[in-house]
Design a protein. Structure first.
Length: 402
């Protein structure tokens, strides 16, 4: 008896676009070109989209109790202003005071650092090292001084902070964020419905699913970054105050400023903690080698605790990128879009990866049939941003297999 011949998989090759699809593709290209040409002024609008995403859940919650949407937005704005003012009173005044102390102390700090480096040179010269090894060490130090360290931190810092100089000039652009975000929050539901109606019917489910993936990844990344930043900042402050009591009071003199720097630079995975440790170690080095080693040990312990306990629990589900890929993505993002590009490169890459996985399954000859494959596909298209969608199980299976 002849075994039945399996049927050939369905032809899933791309077909010529319909006139509507061609029109939509052309419109996307035109908009993309315009955005690229105006990329220098887009930073406030990117920040505004993040503000909309952060405030929208609270606005929706107030709307469910019967408040008009415009009133809900104003109440949320008032709450944000109150929290911001309290934050300024608690933290910013201390930071300004420490910056003033640092500026006043800078000449003496430089003199003391040069003195400590001279003493270290004398100690090195007094060591009983064979001449062959001494010559080798001297040659290597000279090479590093001339060519830079193999891991060129400057190559990382330069592109990251290229946009900082223009931030002051663009400050007025950021003043429009509250007004722009107000209109987006007020008409979010109408804008979302209008956008969906403008899509070809065959594209709607997949487009909404891809947007949901992006919102899901960015949501987890933002929450994770807030948790990590606050945790690292508080841990750094506690550690510096302990070193101030045990080693030298200089740690307490700049504790708030160094803690805020550590918390903010947490936005840059892997590279951020290294950059945050540099000013603390340099300031500690002005009073001796032991304080410098203590500061280095404190930041090393905090980074290890973060990498082994906090990051796996908080951020691994949001990005799940290899550390080598993280460094590469951050540097490329910084080169493309400066500081903002370095910060957003990680969630954008993770979003692109998850969208690719989702579309790869949708374009497969056969839809995923096993429970594990179906659960993974459902998870990728789980959540529609701002639409009130629930967990992954709330997404209808036929939207993934049709």
């Amino acid at each position: 008896m002849t075994a039945p011949v399996p049927s050939a998989p369905a032809d899933i090759r791309l077909q010529p676009p319909t006139p509507r699809v061609a029109l939509l593709a052309a419109a996307v290209v035109v908009v993309g070109v315009v955005l690229y040409l105006g990329r220098e002024v887009l930073s406030p609008f990117v920040v505004g989209l993040l503000v909309v995403w952060l405030l929208n859940p609270l606005v929706d919650r107030l709307g469910r109790i019967g408040l008009p949407r415009w009133l809900s937005i104003l109440l949320v704005y008032a709450l944000v202003v109150v929290v911001f003012v309290l934050g300024i009173n608690l933290i910013v005044s201390a930071i300004v005071g420490e910056i003033r102390h640092f500026i006043d102390d800078l000449p003496s700090l430089i003199d003391r650092l040069e003195e400590q480096l001279r003493r270290m040179g004398e100690i090195y010269e007094a060591l009983d090292i064979p001449q062959e090894f001494r010559d080798l060490i001297n040659a290597e130090l000279a090479r590093l001084a001339a060519e830079g360290i193999a891991i060129d931190i400057g190559a990382i810092i330069r592109p990251v902070f290229t946009s900082v100089g223009s931030l002051v000039g663009a400050i007025f652009g950021y003043l429009i964020i509250p007004v722009w975000a107000f209109y987006l929050l007020k008409d979010r539901v109408k804008l979302q419905a209008s956008f969906e109606r403008s899509l070809p019917p065959a594209w709607r489910e997949d487009t909404v699913a891809c947007i949901g993936i992006a919102g899901h990844v960015f949501g987890r990344w933002i929450r994770g970054q807030l948790i990590l930043g606050v945790t690292v900042g508080v841990a750094t402050f506690v550690g510096l105050m302990a070193l101030s009591a045990l080693i030298d009071p200089i740690f307490g003199r700049y504790a708030v400023l160094l803690s805020v720097i550590a918390g903010v630079l947490e936005l840059l995975p892997i590279v951020g903690p290294i950059l945050a440790a540099i000013p603390a170690v340099l300031i500690a080095a002005t009073v001796g080698i032991v304080p410098a080693l203590s500061a280095l040990g404190l930041y090393f312990v905090i980074q290890q605790v973060e990498n082994t306990i906090l990051v796996p629990r908080v951020q691994s589900e949001a990005t799940d990128l290899h550390p080598a890929a993280v460094i590469f993505v951050i540097i490329v993002g910084a080169a493309v879009a400066g500081l903002l590009g370095a910060i957003l490169a990680l969630p954008l890459t993770a979003t692109g990866r998850d969208v690719y996985r989702y579309l790869f399954r949708r374009l497969s000859p056969e839809p995923p049939t096993s429970e594990a494959a179906m659960a993974e596909a459902l998870q990728l298209g789980a959540q529609i941003p701002g639409g009130g969608a629930g967990p992954a199980d709330d997404v209808p299976p036929d939207s993934l297999t049709s």
